[in-house]
Design a binder for this molecule. Structure first.
Ligand code: GAR
Length: 220
């Protein structure tokens, strides 16, 4: 049976598109069971529909609290029996019960060199701090926001004159769109797993994230 991938989005969906492209051309050996958005107007939803994928909207605004939304989202996801849940610009914090249910199956991409700059406005914060380097990280999702075991991290030099938008664009194009399809491909092949709190890659425990030099040719 093919590996079933569910993708959760909130916005523009560039990471979603990269994942769809990698599934379509066979680099990720999985089928996309569903694309679920918490925002009705997410650009990524329209793209997924055009690609002929099953899409769902579950608007957090329609639930009394975080817990009720989480419960409904878990219930919705369960229907698709996902082996992998990829958060691709999904901008809701998920509660402990939700994370526990999908633990070991759920990845996130975050636009910073975690553990630096969990949360929002990562590019702005890296610039304000005068950092020389910035980047993005794929990690397993645990209940700590942007805090689970890191899998792969790409870094770039911040250039004099970079503004927030330029930096965001480079992190997206040069790093995010490469490392996320790669990480999901590893997971689909069973080469990436979470055991207790550690990421295990090809049988080895990762003490820190892999780097861009570990990208396979097809993902560079
Ligand atoms: C991406 O930069 C992703 O890393 C970030 O949101 C953006 C979504 O863009 N995610 C987070 O900040 C999660 N904490 P996209 O919808 O075009 O892929």
């Amino acid at each position: 049976m093919r590996v079933r991938l569910a993708i959760l989005i909130s916005g523009r969906g560039r990471n979603l598109r990269a994942l769809i492209a990698a599934v379509q051309d066979g680099r990720i050996d999985a089928e996309i069971a569903a694309v679920i958005s918490n925002c009705r107007n997410a650009e990524g939803l329209a793209f997924a529909r055009k690609a002929g994928l099953v899409t769902e909207v579950l608007s957090h605004a329609e639930f009394v609290d975080r817990r009720a939304f989480d419960t409904a989202l878990a219930e919705r996801l369960r229907r698709y029996a996902p082996d992998i849940v990829a958060l691709a610009g999904f901008m809701r914090v998920l509660g402990e019960d939700f994370v526990a249910e999908f633990r070991g199956r759920m990845l996130n991409i975050h636009p910073s060199l975690l553990p630096k700059y969990a949360g929002l406005h990562t590019h702005r914060r890296a610039l304000a701090a005068g950092d020389a380097e910035h980047g993005a990280t794929v990690h397993f999702v645990t209940s700590e926001v942007d805090g689970g075991a890191p899998v792969i991290q790409g870094r770039l030099q911040i250039q004099a004159g970079d503004d927030e938008a330029q930096l965001a664009e480079r992190v997206m194009n040069d790093i995010e769109l490469k490392i996320y399809p790669q990480a999901v491909a590893w997971m689909a092949r069973g080469e990436l797993r979470l055991i207790e709190n550690a990421a295990i890659y090809k049988g080895q425990r990762l003490d820190r994230a892999l780097g861009m030099d570990q990208l396979e040719e097809a993902f560079r």
